[in-house]
Design a binder for this molecule. Structure first.
Ligand code: PLP
Length: 387
């Protein structure tokens, strides 16, 4: 056989840091604060609804756009932002946000197009842009006024005649930044001026802390018709394994994304779809408790990391907190990340693997705090040995 068999555009994406770090964590029985998934279950009512659907015969292909009661629940949920979507023509259920992002890029961008991506970025973005055959133009967040801020000037400079779309994630993984209205207005202005499509990854929409507010980009003037808004049940309801996500957009954009989506998975998660419909209609108070408990966990882990000697960066949302490793005498957080499981029995992920500019991001390490308090405390106890 010809070597290598993998097409060049996918060769950079053969392994993920999560698989490698998790293997290392298992080998050293480390507390794994690398991958961001919760270690407790979602609301009992939602699990019951899934059980009832599973034993109630919902085990064949759901309709291509998703079960009607789920699309209706997604439309009702979106109204909380004042955004109205027609469940029949403007909502599409997907195999998680991951498929929604990939199908959007495949449907809306092609060879010769550029997609602007903010770095550090969620690891599927670069691979999905490559699968679409498009090119990514990366603009880094900048540390300013004690947070990771959008580099509006950099963003403006990155847009060219070839730019087709901009991919925006807020609340932002891995930094925990939540874009302000002013930042989103700048993105909106750029999209309107240059006739760009915005693809928004809002999977942490409910997980914002303190006085941060999640503002969907689609709700800004001029953005409704050009924004593909993407979210998912996984992070909101502690069911990351269910992979129920969705797209809200204009009929034209939804039809385009559906053209790609229907030949990737066609449909998925039959019995989970009614359960997520139940959750969106009835379990938002549960999600509000999750939000406050995650805020406490953030404080718990951040305090422990500071005690262990890291310089902790603020985080306004998501599952994650980033720390600067330089106060502990390290230059490169990935060196520390590879040593950490064996040396003290904790696993974390270096931020530079989510970037195209590893030199600029090499001092940062990402920890997940979406874990039981005793797990966080054990990790902190172990990390104190670093000094
Ligand atoms: C977890 C995550 C996703 C994936 O969502 P799924 O619904 O599990 O596919 C997408 N984007 C970001 C930023 C995430 O953290």
């Amino acid at each position: 056989m010809r070597e290598p068999v993998l097409v060049p555009r996918l060769q950079p994406f053969t392994s993920t840091i999560f698989a490698e770090m998790t293997a290392l964590a298992v080998r050293h029985e480390a507390v794994n604060l690398g991958q961001g998934f919760p270690d407790t279950d979602g609301p009992a009512g939602m699990l019951d609804a899934a059980k009832n659907a599973l034993f109630g015969g919902a085990n064949q292909y759901p309709p291509g756009p998703g079960r009607p009661e789920l699309r209706a629940a997604i439309a009702r949920h979106r109204l909380r932002y004042g955004a109205e979507y027609d469940p029949d023509t403007e909502i599409l259920v997907t195999a998680g946000a991951t498929e929604a992002i990939a199908a959007s890029l495949i449907a809306l961008t092609q060879a010769g197009d550029e997609v602007v991506v903010i770095e550090p970025y969620y690891d599927s973005y670069a691979a999905a842009v490559a699968m679409a055959g498009a090119e990514r133009r990366v603009v880094g967040l900048v540390e300013r006024d004690g947070r990771f801020a959008l580099d509006v000037e950099g963003l403006r400079a990155a847009v060219s005649g070839r730019t087709r779309a901009i991919l925006i994630n807020s609340p932002h993984n891995p930094t925990g930044t939540v874009f302000t209205r002013a930042e989103l207005e700048a993105v909106a202005a750029l999209c309107v001026e240059n006739d760009l499509i915005a693809i928004t990854d809002e999977v942490y929409e409910h997980l914002v802390f303190d006085d941060a507010e999640h503002i969907p980009l689609a709700t800004l003037p001029g953005m409704r018709e050009r924004t593909v808004s993407i979210s998912s049940a996984g992070k909101t309801f502690n069911c990351t394994g269910w992979k129920i996500g969705w797209v809200c957009a204009s009929p034209e954009l939804v039809a385009a994304v559906k053209a790609a989506k229907q030949f990737i998975t066609f449909v998925s998660g039959g019995p989970f779809q009614p359960a997520v419909a139940h959750a969106l209609d009835h379990e938002l108070p549960w999600a509000e408790n999750l939000r406050t408990s995650l805020q406490d966990k953030r404080d718990r882990l951040a305090a422990g990391l500071a005690e262990a000697g890291f310089a902790v960066r603020p985080t306004a949302g998501t599952y994650f907190v980033c720390v600067d490793v330089r106060p502990l005498g390290f230059e490169d957080a990935s060196e520390l990340a590879w040593e950490l499981p064996e040396r003290v029995g904790v696993a974390a992920v270096p931020v530079k693997v989510f970037t195209d500019h590893p030199e600029e991001w090499k001092h940062l390490l990402r920890f997940a705090f979406c874990k039981r308090n005793e797990v966080i405390d054990e990790a902190v106890t172990r990390l104190r040995k670093l000094r």
